[in-house]
Ligand binder design. Structure first.
Ligand code: CLR
Length: 376
């Protein structure tokens, strides 16, 4: 018998969903899941997790040395993890299956200027439907900061858990006084989704991710869960190494969903127990038809209200309309034009900075922002 968290009427459909996951490798987005596990939020909203502590993002620009800038980037990065990987559990009760974005779906948002941190803007576009790929661009113009990246996933099933390999990377660019720029290549951790059998999935991070600065400073972040080191969930240990060295200058350690410390000084490093700031988004009637919340509004309402018949009827409408578009494009020998991003086959920043820590793979493609967001 499966899971205590699964409503009685959905137990058999949850069991067959789990069986179908075991048999599908690569892309779970199109699998039909039972209603209790559906989220009313599209994956195009997820890049907002990068900036829910806008003051930590802005603080990167205020750091004065190469070393302290790398520390500020690490601090901001670690402080995003709670939102990225545990916030659905807090908001929706467990990890859930997000809405699978359509090609061309958009998500725009911002965090207002407060306490002289500057305004931060977010532009997201779904740049591929199959496989799903989401491109994003975040900027704080007054601080001279931009974050450009894309996100895709390769999933597999192992020992009762879903293993998610993240494909894609992010590049953070910092304008330095005097006109120079510093760049940071950010790679992404691997995920394990546990708790499936019980119907209450949650994420644990595993293996290693990197933040490589163009100054040579490198953060190597190792992730561990229950049963390792302290036995607690959501542990990390980050080593910061100076240019050209293999010996860590600083070590940071703790739990990414609560607090961590600078091991050398014993001082507090990150603390994400306080409130975060959700992205501000235009109201539905001000949004374009391609904007995520407007596009999915009828489906999301059905899911929220437990009216799954309406949700699935509205979802089919969107999917059929998409299929028709693709057929029309094929017939007319055209392809869907991306609005905000240009695709490049190999990202020169990834290749160059990735070489410094032997990134695997050695090259990745990228989506370059056209500088034409709604706020530009
Ligand atoms: C997307 C990029 C974000 C971080 C992030 C967090 C949660 C991940 C999501 C990414 C990709 C899609 C994901 C999701 C958790 C569950 C969901 C892997 C990596 C899959 C498709 C749904 C599995 C279905 C079960 C929960 C039943 O920066």
């Amino acid at each position: 018998e499966v899971g205590e968290a699964v409503p009685a009427s959905q137990k058999s459909s949850w069991a067959s969903f789990l069986k179908s996951i075991a048999g599908v490798s690569g892309d779970l987005s199109s699998l039909t899941a039972p209603p209790f596990i559906l989220s009313p939020i599209s994956l195009t909203e997820f890049p907002a997790y990068w900036c829910e502590r806008p003051e930590l993002f802005a603080a990167i620009a205020d750091a004065k040395t190469d070393e302290s800038r790398s520390v500020a980037v690490l601090k901001w990065f670690i402080s995003t993890l709670k939102g990225q990987y545990t916030s659905r559990n807090e908001k929706l009760g467990s990890e859930k299956k997000p809405l699978n974005p359509v090609l061309g779906e958009l998500f725009y948002g911002f965090w207002p200027d407060l306490n002289s941190r500057g305004r931060t803007n977010l532009v997201v576009e779904q740049v591929s439907h199959h496989p799903p790929i989401t491109a994003y661009y975040i900027e704080n113009v007054s601080k001279g900061l931009t974050l450009q990246g894309h996100s895709a996933q390769k999933t597999s099933f192992s020992g009762g858990s879903i293993i998610v390999k993240q494909i894609g990377h992010a590049v953070l660019t910092v304008d330095l006084p005097g006109g120079a720029k510093e760049q940071f290549l950010i790679t992404l951790p691997r995920l394990r989704i546990d708790g499936l059998w019980y119907g209450s999935p949650y994420i644990e991070l595993t293996e290693t991710s990197y933040i490589q600065s163009s100054t040579g400073w490198l953060s190597t972040i190792e992730y561990k869960g229950k049963g390792y080191f302290s036995g607690k969930s959501h542990q990390f240990k980050a080593l910061l190494t100076p240019p050209g060295s293999n010996n860590a200058r600083r070590t940071f350690e703790g739990l990414w969903h609560t607090t961590s410390k600078d091991v050398g000084s014993g001082e507090l490093f990150t603390d994400v127990q306080g409130p975060k700031e959700e992205v501000s988004v235009a109201s539905l009637d001000e949004q374009d038809e391609w904007e995520s919340r407007r596009l999915w509004s009828a489906v999301a309402k059905g899911i929220r209200e437990g009216d799954f018949e309406t949700a699935s009827r509205e979802k089919s409408k969107i999917e059929n309309e998409q299929r028709q578009r693709r057929r029309d494009e094929l017939a007319a020998d055209t392809t869907w034009p991306l609005k905000h991003f240009d695709h490049i086959d190999s990202d020169p920043v990834y290749e160059e900075l990735g070489r410094l820590f032997k990134a695997n793979p050695p090259a990745e493609d990228a989506y370059v922002f056209k500088n034409n967001g709604p706020h530009q």
